[in-house]
Write a protein that binds this ligand. Sequence first.
Ligand code: SF4
Ligand code: MG
Length: 334
Amino acid sequence: MTALLEIDALKVQLHTAQQPVRAVDGLSLTIHPGETFALLGESGCGKSMTALSIMRLLPDAGRITHGSIRLNGNELLALPEFAMRRVRGNRIGMIFQEPMLSLNPVMTTGEQIEEVLIQHTSLRGAAAQARILELLQQVGIPDPVQRIKEYPFQFSGGMKQRVMIAMALASKPALLIADEPTTALDVTIQAQVLALMRSLQQQENMAILLITHDLGVVAEMAQRIAVMYAGEIIETTDRATFFQAPAHPYSHKLFSALPTRKKRHQELVVIPGNVPPLSHAFIGCRFADRCDFAWEKCHQEIPPWVEIAPQHHVRCHLYPDQADKFLSGVTSVP
Ligand code: SF4
Ligand code: MG
């Protein structure tokens, strides 16, 4: 299958008051048309920086220092800003955790969606108005004729997120990046928004890059999963394998900290120990200080990226030779 998005060896530095931080440190991934790919990890592991790099919307302190990001084979990092502006919103849509920060408080929802249509489509006037109503209907906003005249503060959190989704979908993007799209919503609304994203995805055959720290959201949505830790991907596989037989000790920890199957529909728990500082290059495994299996080699050599089964990769010295010995006593998801 031809890839939609290919990221190769992406490195992002953040310049802080102290020293530069390697927020993303050699990340590679591929997303195919129509699939949902989840990037799972604790906060601060580099998920959002990866998303913002794809959009070329890093904060001022952030800089891409290495790597390649291709959409349908075209290098996004080489595009002039005016061309990148066309890609944003046109080929790639993005929704964020906090819709209030992305909606303009002094414009009606109708005006905001119309602005997107003017920027990214040829629709104007009555055709644009018809499309706005269609979009609001598509995302399940009742009484759209009235609602397009209202301002963001007149919408609940879940309804605001629906407006954001409508704006992101306005130009039928090939890829939707959703950064913690339901974290700010209560559980019932969360389920509705996820169901909406799934049905829109099927209608539009759009790929979704889902950024989350929530195993429940991953279980609900993802076909493939990459687990991020301290700026890099440490395991990638399909959803079934990830929930039945996670391979990396960090992935195991995410599950073993959850006592029951029911609890897997929950946000990640805190694992004892700290994520290592990202200010200097690593000489060994970046999970070594928190890993129950670490031995000398883990502190001295960077673990290679090993394919342990078709489409299942892991970055850990236990593989391929030592895994049975170490993981035989580890119980999988109950
Ligand atoms: Fe643990 Fe070593 Fe594997 Fe790192 S390489 S996850 S420290 S066993
Ligand atoms: Mg984030």
